[in-house]
Design a protein around this ligand. Sequence first.
Ligand code: ADP
Ligand code: ZN
Length: 245
Amino acid sequence: MPGTRAARGMVADLVWWRAWGYVKVVGMRKYVIMGVQGSGKGTQSELLAGDLDLVHIAVGDIFRWHVQQHTKMGAKVRRIMAAGELVGDDMAESVVRDRLAQHDWNYGFLIDGFPRNGPQALFFLESYDIDGVIDLNLPDSEVRRRVLNRRLCAKCGMDYNLISNSPAVPGQCDTCGGELITREDDTEEALEVRLREYHEKTNPVLDLFRRKEYVVTADARPPADEVQQDIREQLGLPPYKPNGK
Ligand code: ADP
Ligand code: ZN
């Protein structure tokens, strides 16, 4: 009977959708990555997000984009960022809220640069569930060495370090030939402020997460691929395979 076949079809659809929904829920991974300036949050986030299909949300990058594009928000945050201070919580929270509301993260997300103080942490914990927090650990002396020698390609964003990873031609990107620039807040004065902000305001967030969530701490001093491996082992994720092999 045609009616029965249609009904069977509907049941099959329902089972299929249930199963698909189940795969999606089980496959979802939501993390926060924290660590002082220069600890490699950006690099580790990209390595992690790549093959796991997570959306990497870097709040600092979003603000820098606004500054470069001369948006209204860019005008508000430019000086604050250049001085190494935190922008207002309202702005940081709305950036995160709007970004997550895009719902383009089918397999999960990795938030880098948020929350950075107590009020942001409370907002975050009230609004979102997360599966874990990655804490990259780096001593301040190493932070200075990394950050003050950091250069970025103005064209493709690739980052270099004049001590450990300098470009073949000084001032020029190896990959795209773009000009290498210094981030406006990678100066001694602004770094001092950023480090102070981190220790005073962001460390308490880690303590709060340690009480509530699953925090894994990785030593950020070894080469990037070793740090990545360490993070994955601690989170029980599939091993890191350079170049997707
Ligand atoms: P870093 O961690 O190296 O200091 P980011 O790229 O994460 O740099 O952030 C750059 C700047 O953007 C910060 O110094 C701050 O001014 C602003 N910013 C980024 N995230 C936040 C946030 N959650 N709350 C307030 N300000 C932020
Ligand atoms: Zn480049």
